[in-house]
Write a protein that binds this ligand. Structure first.
Ligand code: 5GP
Ligand code: MN
Length: 331
């Protein structure tokens, strides 16, 4: 990672540092943002994390109060921070529209130097320095490497390591996807040696579910699962009415698509979620097929080969029909 020393110098020489990440925060966007923020703090500098929207409930345990301001609820404050920044980090995304169109436009009009740290394929060129390693398990792993290759590994502590660990387990399905390397395990081994409490991280993140959330998952699997054996595809879907009948809060369906993927003989799982007059699509693959191309080509989306997402401007029924009609071409 040849850019690491240069980025370290930029941090040292900047006065207003902003850390951004993508819409619908997940464990990796929250984890990498927080780890970088804490590293910058240890260097004696300050930074502001600005995300497009708020942190889901199941990840709130890791963030200290008010440490992240979000564009959805604090628009003017975020604009102010971004406009006065001299250095902006773009973590865990590869195109500026992943900030949402308004925040993306603000980013492009900012005078700050921009640094991307990301692991999605095909980064677009909207930054000054790019660290884009699609083979990395997570952006959080790349933040560890930034600290390492900038010559600052002795500053690594459990405060920085805890969100890095969270990001890695979130993006690797707890070490089961092919993006996990021996390097990932080496990094995690180091984190445990310096006191990162993996049991606590698992319990706070994955074993602290609300009963409504568990019931929602059971309902969707019992009533809204369709298996298309001829294409090794499983499909689950949920409407806003169903979500509200289970008192849905943001983050409640996180990870559910992996349950649909866990079925024996299934290679691809699709999850369709109604959002107003749009439908959010999540695709996962066990590794035989790439799922990002169908989303890039037809559903305004993208992501990784084996985990990708997109959006369709139509009803949930029509979106599923459109997806099914494309199965012969892609899978
Ligand atoms: P998820 O299905 O969990 O929302 O997202 C899976 C992966 O696809 C993540 O790496 C995420 O960054 C990416 N992704 C999700 N939604 C979108 C989208 O609308 N556009 C693009 N380009 N990528 C997405
Ligand atoms: Mn990620």
């Amino acid at each position: 990672m040849k850019e690491a020393v240069k980025i370290y110098q930029l941090i040292k020489n900047s006065n207003n540092i902003v850390i951004t990440s993508h819409l619908s925060p997940d464990g990796d966007s929250i984890g990498s943002s927080l780890a970088l923020y804490r590293f910058i703090s240890v260097l004696g500098k300050s930074a502001q994390i600005c995300h497009p929207d708020s942190c889901p409930d199941f990840l709130k345990w890791i963030i200290d109060d008010d440490i992240i301001i979000d564009f959805e609820n604090h628009r003017l404050e975020v604009i102010d921070q971004m406009k006065s920044a001299d250095l902006i980090f773009c973590l865990d995304y590869n195109t500026q529209d992943r900030l949402g169109s308004s925040m993306g436009e603000i980013l492009s009009s900012c005078k700050a130097k921009k640094v991307m740290i990301d692991h999605h394929v095909n980064p677009s060129e909207f930054v000054d320095i790019t660290i884009s390693e699609s083979s990395a398990s997570s952006t959080s792993e790349l933040v560890y490497e930034l600290i390492n290759y900038s010559g600052n590994l002795e500053l690594m502590n459990s405060d920085i390591g805890t969100p890095i660990y969270l990001g890695i387990i979130s993006d690797t399905g707890s070490f089961r996807f092919s993006s996990v390397s021996s390097r990932t395990h080496y990094i995690v081994s180091h984190l445990l040696n310096i006191g990162v409490d993996h049991v606590n991280i698992y319990q706070k993140t994955f074993d602290s579910n609300r009963i409504d959330k568990i019931k929602l998952h059971s309902y969707i699997i019992s009533n809204r699962l369709e298996v298309i054996n001829s294409y090794k595809v499983s499909i689950i879907s949920v409407t806003e009415d169903i979500l509200s009948s289970f008192n849905y809060i943001k983050g409640d369906t996180e990870g559910l698509v992996n349950l649909a993927l866990s079925i024996k003989g299934i290679e691809i799982a699709a999850f369709f979620t109604q959002k107003g007059d749009k439908v959010k699509i999540s695709l996962r693959s066990k590794g035989l097929f790439s799922v990002n191309t169908i989303l890039t080509d037809h559903f305004n989306g993208g992501g990784h080969k084996y985990a990708a997402g997109g959006i369709n401007n139509d009803s949930i029924e029509n979106t599923i029909l459109k997806f099914k009609s494309l199965l012969p071409k892609y899978f």
